[in-house]
Design a binder for this molecule. Structure first.
Ligand SMILES: Cc1cc2nc3c(=O)[nH]c(=O)nc-3n(C[C@H](O)[C@H](O)[C@H](O)COP(=O)(O)OP(=O)(O)OC[C@H]3O[C@@H](n4cnc5c(N)ncnc54)[C@H](O)[C@@H]3O)c2cc1C
Length: 438
């Protein structure tokens, strides 16, 4: 029988595999096609820079939905004990990646999860599917789970050819060539910008850095003391939802607690909004949601604050209008004022290019051209049904951030853990109903 194949072995793909294995201990091996060396790490946790930290407390970063202390226990077993004592610490993402790979390792060792270290380039068929990999191998799959997540960031066309530009700061050794005295401009002011500052700082960078984005919004920090989620949310209209959030912040005086509650109730809130209202949320509220929901680890926040205080880092609300050959950036500040800034290096931290998803990824393009997948109406990934399948497809499942248009907030690890676990259970139900497994 042809196997079930998961494309993408980051956190979403790995936790799906882990749960499929737990639910189906006797089923044939599951193949996970993932070019990285280990399963589980993906983009977020494969960094080797120890300054890059998890941005959610360790006590909430568990690969097991109903066992929030799983990571903390792993830390206690593998660390010198210092980290495990403090539940609310923010260890390096590399360490967290090690934990995820470790949780999957027994299945990989016994051969019930097979890591195919390759990249899927093309897909043909509609079940069974023939997958062609970058190495030219062909794998026939009875069912496919797509867990490839974020598409690569996009650059403005006028920057694409510039030798000064570092398009992908996550690429291996991408920041190593930057000299300590080179002036650096960063496009984007969110968590990826913060990671870049942390790396540069650890490498002894001394020259001025300018980070800019349209609104110049920085990711907010964590609360000084833990609080419980506050309020109940849900409305048919985006404006009403916003009003509920504001009312509850005024009442509790604690935006952390309100945003935590909104995050917890994300699926129910998203389900109540009509498609047009979802698009309004994405267009108008998402930038504000992102900086309050994706919080910065205290260690990195301290680095940023110190650099701002020393006038080495400036964060600006501006958009880039052009770049002169000598590296001068032509910026338009939010109030309309023009500003020129000379940069030796320009680093792109604009985040995933969700709009270009189906055009940029060759195998997704194949599936779209064959009419098997379509963009989600809110522009947040692939149109997915509530059984975790591409809409109208029996054999094609979507797990992870690509399913956000249907399931709502799905970027953070805690949400991904729950989603992948429930998704695996749904896949098992579907396959059992179809007689694919007994
Ligand atoms: C830099 C960064 C830091 C983050 N830090 C945190 C954090 O501290 N806490 C938190 O809660 N969330 C964090 N997140 C959010 C993060 O999205 C989730 O925690 C989670 O890691 C997402 O996993 P994923 O598997 O969905 O995506 P990814 O990690 O992007 O994994 C997708 C995988 O698919 C593979 N792939 C892509 N195309 C193909 C193909 N054609 N064939 C085969 N494989 C393919 C890729 O190699 C990749 O490994 C962070 C995100 C980023 C980008």
């Amino acid at each position: 029988m042809n196997p079930l194949v998961i494309i993408g072995g980051g956190a979403s793909g790995a936790i799906t595999a882990l749960n499929l294995r737990k639910l189906l201990p006797k089923a044939p091996p599951i193949l996970v096609i993932e070019p990285r060396k280990q399963l589980g790490l993906g983009l977020a946790y494969s960094t080797q820079c120890l300054e890059h930290r998890i941005n959610v407390p360790a006590s909430k970063m568990s690969a097991v939905r109903l066992d929030p202390t799983d990571f903390a226990r792993w830390l206690a077993e593998h660390d010198d004990g210092a980290l495990a004592e403090a539940e609310d610490r923010y260890p390096s993402r590399a360490l967290f990646g090690h934990y995820l790979a470790d949780r999957l390792a027994p299945y990989v060792l016994e051969g019930t999860v097979v890591h195919v270290r390759d990249r899927v380039e093309h897909v043909e068929g509609s079940g069974p599917f023939t997958l062609t990999t970058a190495r030219g191998d062909q794998i026939v799959a009875a069912r496919v789970v797509i867990a490839t997540s974020h598409p690569a960031p996009a650059l403005p066309a006028f920057l694409a050819q510039s030798p000064r530009v570092i398009e992908n700061p996550w690429a291996d050794k991408a920041l190593e060539a930057i000299g300590a005295d080179e002036r650096v401009a960063i496009i984007g002011t969110g968590l990826s910008m913060a990671d870049v500052i942390a790396t540069l700082s650890a490498r002894g960078h001394r020259a001025p850095v300018l980070a800019f984005s349209r609104r110049g919004l920085r990711s907010r920090g964590h609360a000084s003391a833990p609080s419980s989620p506050f309020g109940v949310y849900g409305a048919e209209r985006a404006t009403r939802l916003l009003a509920q959030i504001r009312e509850n912040i005024a009442q509790s005086g604690d935006w952390h607690a309100v945003i935590d509650a909104v995050r917890q109730q994300g699926y129910a809130i998203w389900s109540q909004l009509a498609p047009a209202e979802r698009r309004r949320v994405v267009r108008h509220l998402r930038p504000f949601w992102d900086v309050h929901r994706f919080r910065i680890a205290p260690q990195i926040e301290a680095t940023l604050n110190a650099q701002i205080a020393e006038n080495r880092l400036e964060i600006l609300a501006a958009r880039l209008e052009g770049v002169a050959p000598d590296g001068t950036l032509m910026l338009r500040e939010r109030g309309g004022k023009r500003r020129h800034w000379v940069a030796d290096r320009v680093i792109n931290t604009t985040g995933p290019d969700h709009r270009g998803l189906l055009q940029k990824t060759s195998f997704l393009q194949d599936l779209a051209q064959a009419g098997l997948i379509a963009p989600d109406p809110s522009g947040l990934g692939v149109h997915t049904d509530h059984d975790y399948r591409a809409v109208g497809q029996k054999s094609l499942f979507i797990i992870g951030p690509l399913a956000r248009g249907t399931f709502g907030e799905l970027m953070g690890f805690p949400e991904i853990t729950a989603h992948a676990e429930l998704g695996a259970a749904s896949i098992v139900r579907t396959l059992t109903g179809e007689g694919f497994i007994q």
